[in-house]
Design a protein around this ligand. Structure first.
Ligand code: DAU
Length: 346
């Protein structure tokens, strides 16, 4: 199989790339990444020695560039992980979310369709998305299913929903073999330290306050990144065209429980916790029903959350050279300016 993967210098897709190179059926693996703030070349450095792998610095919104590359590489499948993904950033910089998550998806869909028309053979497309497109849930039970109506609540999730709908429309109108995958909160090694788990670990390691939004009782379902990537692979191999597949970790936890577990693991005091103003429009609870993925793809999450969290903490302890440069002046500036403006963090 010849695969074209986008966003491969980011957290989730770099895990997918690493897994893919371990699969004998992958004969070509092309990574397209614009290297924005969260795309790190070092995330794929160890893959660069493999002759099957090619790294291309390219913005998925560059329609001509994408089309040229797709014609040159002639992939059997395009797997779109590239996205602006941080909810807090979407609150003050929504335009670039519209650009990457909707327009970028469109460029890839058009290029895949063009190749399919040209070559007369099927080009598969996997649109990697999020459970946030379903909105949020009350505290009292229930879980998102694939037929739950879309109800995105913030600019990030709205643009992901837009990308999903566009992708599904291409499947119907242009006969593209396409599946959409929607996963819950990922965690693991190499996640940019602006998301809850790596932010709390790295702040704790630097003895900085740990900012918990609201009452800390918002619930997320945590999915080990390797499990998620196995699911995306299973959807590509065994998915039914035009379907949506949910992936969850069966690990619902309140934010405050996670923050305390991280402090305990690092031997740091709970006095580092700071309850700060709530995120505007903060979704209360996410939970995901992944029974379709189990029934049709044979997929279920393998990692137990406490073990995964221990491994994640250990990775950030052992790989300080990876994250310390990311928390530079621009990172601090981002926090001061934007969070300060929103009144989110003291
Ligand atoms: O559900 C999947 C989604 O999960 C993905 O599509 C998004 O790309 C990903 O960012 C994530 O969205 P969340 O908003 O749930 O993730 P985040 O890590 O930003 O926040 C997790 C929870 O922790 C949320 O309830 C907000 C809270 N939080 C987050 C940060 C960054 C805090 O209390 N303090 C913080 O400083």
């Amino acid at each position: 199989m010849r695969l074209l993967v986008t966003g491969g210098c980011g957290f989730i897709a770099s895990t997918f790339l690493r897994q893919a190179l371990g699969r004998a059926e992958v004969e070509r693996l092309v990574n397209v990444d614009a290297l924005t703030y969260s795309g790190r070349r070092e995330n794929v450095r160890e893959l660069e020695g493999d002759a099957r792998f090619r790294n291309v610095e390219l913005d998925i919104c560059d329609a001509e560039g994408v089309e040229r590359l797709v014609r040159e590489e002639r992939p059997d499948a395009v797997i779109n992980f590239a996205a602006e993904s941080h909810v807090d950033r979407s609150l003050f910089a929504a335009r670039r979310f519209v650009r990457t998550n909707i327009e970028g998806t469109l460029c890839l869909l058009e290029a895949a369709r063009g190749l399919q028309l040209d070559s007369g053979r099927q080009v598969k497309f996997v649109q990697v998305s999020t459970d946030e497109v379903y909105g949020d849930l009350e505290d009292d039970g229930g879980a998102f299913r694939e037929d739950t109506p879309l109800d995105p609540r913030n600019p990030y999730s709205s643009t992901k929903a837009g990308g999903d709908l566009l992708a599904l429309a291409f499947a119907r109108t242009h006969g593209l073999w396409l599946v959409v995958t929607r996963a819950s909160n990922n965690y693991g090694a190499r996640q940019f330290p602006e998301k809850l788990i790596p932010l709390m670990i790295t702040n704790a390691l630097e003895d900085k306050p740990l900012p918990v939004y609201g009452d800390g009782k918002n619930v997320r379902d945590w999915l080990w990144v390797d499990d998620h990537c196995e699911g995306v692979w299973a959807a590509l191999q065994r998915g039914q065209a035009g379907q949506v597949y949910n992936f969850g970790g069966a690990s619902e936890r309140e934010n405050i429980t996670i923050v305390k577990a991280i402090l305990a693991e690092l031997g740091k005091p709970e006095s580092l916790i700071r309850f700060v103003g709530d995120r505007p429009g903060h979704d209360r609870r996410y939970a995901i029903d992944f029974s379709r993925a189990t029934a049709q793809l044979g997929w279920r999450p393998a990692m137990q959350f406490e073990e995964g969290l221990r491994r994640t903490v250990a990775w950030y302890v052992e790989n300080q050279a990876w994250w310390r440069p990311l928390r530079d002046a621009s990172f601090e500036d981002y926090y001061r300016q934007h969070y300060g403006r929103l009144g989110l963090k003291a």
